[in-house]
Write a protein that binds this ligand. Sequence first.
Ligand code: GLA
Length: 746
Amino acid sequence: MKFPRTCAHRYMAILGAMMLVACGAMVDARAAASDSAAHIDVSGHVFRLDAAKVTYALGVNEKGQLQSIYWGPRLAPGDPLPAPVAPPGGDSINGAVDAVPQEYAGWGEGLYYEPDLKVTFPDGNRDLALRYLSHSVHGNMLSVVLKDIERPIVVTLQYEIDPGTGILRRSAVIENRTVTPVIVEQASAGTWFLPRSHDYTLRFLAGRWAAENSIYERPVQPGKTVLESRRGSTGMQNAPWFAIRRNDASETHGQVWFGALAWSGSWQIAIEQDQTEQIRVTGGFNPFDFGYKLAPGASLQTPSFYAGVTTGGMGEASRLLHRLELTRILPQAPHSRARPVLYNSWEATGFDVNEAGQTALAEKAASIGVERFVMDDGWFGARNSDKAGLGDWTVNPQKFPHGLKPLIDRVHALGMDFGIWVEPEMVNPDSDLYRAHPDWVLNMTGRPRTLGRNQMVLNLARPDVRAYVFGALDKLLSENQIAFLKWDYNRSWSEPGWPQVSPDQQKNVYVDFVSNVYGILEELRRKHPNVEIESCSSGGGRVDLGIMHLTDEVWPSDNTDAFDRLRIQDGFTQAYTPGVMMAWVTDSPSSMDGRSMSLEYRFLSAMQGSLGIGANLTKWTTQDVTTAQRLIADYKVVRETVQHGDLYRLVSPDSGSEHSATENVSPDKAHAVLFAFLHSSTEGYLYPTVRLQGLDADARYRVRVLQGTLAERTPTVASGAYWMNVGIDVVMRGDFQGAAIAFDRE
Ligand code: GLA
C-alpha cells in the first residue's frame, strides 16, 4: 500500500480527532532546518536527515512499519533513497517481523530480538505492534508518531541531528492513552542499524573501582553483547558507550559507528547480530527488574541515545563525541567555561578536616597558583569516618566552631573560590536523619537492609525525600559562599523497594529516582547559577551524558597513580572530553600502587585533563613548590587547548609499548600541546619520533618546551607539515619520564 502524501493516513479513521493534534503542517515538502548546516527532508514516506558528514534515512514501509534505510557518510543531495519495502519472510521459525529493520519495534507479532518497547496490559495482553501515525519537523528535530495497531499506546520518536557533528539524538516518549494503567516492561530510545556485513569489531569500556574504562574489543558475531548497569546508577562495570568499527579501521582511519546513552540509572546497550545478519544496537532503560506503571494519560520519556558515524577512525569518533559534549551537552554549552585549577583535601587529610588544617592547606594551595579550594568529606554531622553522619548536612561544631565562614573568607582572601564535598543521596544508619526517618531508604519490607560503605540509599523517588535533599543543599549554598559542589555517590543499590506505594508501582523507582536527582540538580543550578558541580561516584561510577548535562566536570577514578591514570584517561577519552576529566597530582609513592614518580611526571599526567592537586602540600619541599608554580602557570596557558581542543591519541598506553603520547589541538589550529610519556627504557632504544596530527600543514608553528628535552638540532619553527611528517624527537631515558611541548602558530 502506498502512503498518502499528507499526514492523513489509515489510522485517522480509527483515532479521529486525537490524530489531528499529531499532524503538523509538514507535508512532503522539504523542511528547511533552522540551522543551515542541518537539513531534514521529507519526501513521501521517506525521511532524510543530513548534517556535517552524516546522512540518516528512515521511512514507512507498505505495512506501516517505520524502517531504517541508511546511516552512514553523507550522500549527495539528489541521491535516490528508495521507499522501504518490508523484506519478504516469515516462516514457522522466523516471524516476518524479524526481517524488518524497525526503528522502534514493539514486542509482538513474533519478534525474537531485542524489542524497543514491551508493555503488559491489565487484561494480560502483551502483544504490541507499532505502526506509523504521523510526523512533524521542528528545526533540527524530526518527530515520528507510532501507535499500536489496536490500542492507543502512542510512541513519539524524536530524531535530533547536531549540525556540527552529524550526531543524532534519539529518544521516545511513550504515552498511555488507554483508560487503564499499563506496565512498561522494557523501553529503549531506539534501535540503530548498521549495514549488513561480517566485517565489524565492537569496542566497549569496562572496569571496576580504581580501574575504570579499560578498552575491550570483540568481533560482532551472531548473538548479543549486553553492556549494562543493574546497579541503579551508571556504574563502572561498563560505560554507557559503544563503538563498532570496520575490521580494518584504526585510530586514524576507517569507518566507525559510535554512541553514548544519556542516563544515570540502570541502563542497557545491546549489540546484536541477528539470524538475518542485521546488526542492531538498542539502548535505554535496563529491562532487568524493570516495570514502569504508566497511568492513563501519563507518558514516559526514555533516555536519549546519541550516536554518530565517521570514516576518520576511532580518534575522529571520539573527537566528534567530545565536540558534541562541549557544544551541546554540558551546562554551559556551547561556550563551556575552562576548569579552574583546584585543590582537594581528601588524600591529604581524609576525614580529619578542621578550620586550622584546611586553612594551612589553602594557604599553600594559593601560593602555587590554585584557583579553587575544595574541602572534601568530613566537615558535617558526626562524620569522623565513613561510619556516621551522612544525611546530616550541618557543619560539625567541633571541627568548625565558627561555622564555615572563617575558612571560606580566608580562601577568598587568598584569591581562590571555595568548593565542598557532599553525598546527598545517601544516609548512614548512624545519623540523625536515619534515626528520624528509617523509612526514607530504599528497602523491602522485612528484608535486611544491605549496607555498602556503611550506608544506605535514600529513596529519592519519594517527594518528601527529594524535598529534604533539595532543602539541605539549597540551605548550604544559600548560607555560604560556595562556588562548587563535589557531588559524590558511593554505593550501588540493593533491595530497591519502595514499600509506601502499591506493589505494581514500586519498580517506578528506577526512573523516578533518577528523574528527581536530575530535577534537584536543575533546580539548584537555576537558583544558584554560579555554582559548578562535579559528578563523582567512588571515582568514575557516574559518568554519562545525562549527568554531564547537569554537571560541569566528572571524577574519572579514585586511582590517582599518575601512571595508572594514563591508561584510565585513554579509556575515558574514548567517550568523554578531556574538558571534564578531572585529574589530580597526588603524593609519591602513590597510595594505590606504592609507585614512586617525579613531581613533573605526576603533573604531566594530570595536565592531560583538567588539572587539580590532591597532595599533602604541607609536606612539599621548596623545590616542589617551585616546580608546581611553574607547571601550573604553564597549564593555565595551554588549558584552553587541552580542555576545549581536539584530542589526538598518538600512541595509546594500552598499545603494549613502553611509551604513550597525546596531542591537543585548538579548534582554530593555532595552538597544540603534546604530552609524551616513557614507562621504562629498554635496551638503549631512543624514544620514538613523535609525529603530530591535526595541525595546519601550511602554517608555521614555533615549538616551546614546557617540560623535557628536545633532540639537538630540533628546529624552533617549522611548518605543520614538518611536525606532522618529520615529527619531533624528545630525549627521554629511564623510568616514568614525561615531556610536554607546546606548538604555537606564528
Ligand atoms: C569517594 C570519592 C573520593 C572521596 C571520598 C570521600 O570515595 O571518590 O574522592 O571524596 O569518597 O569519602
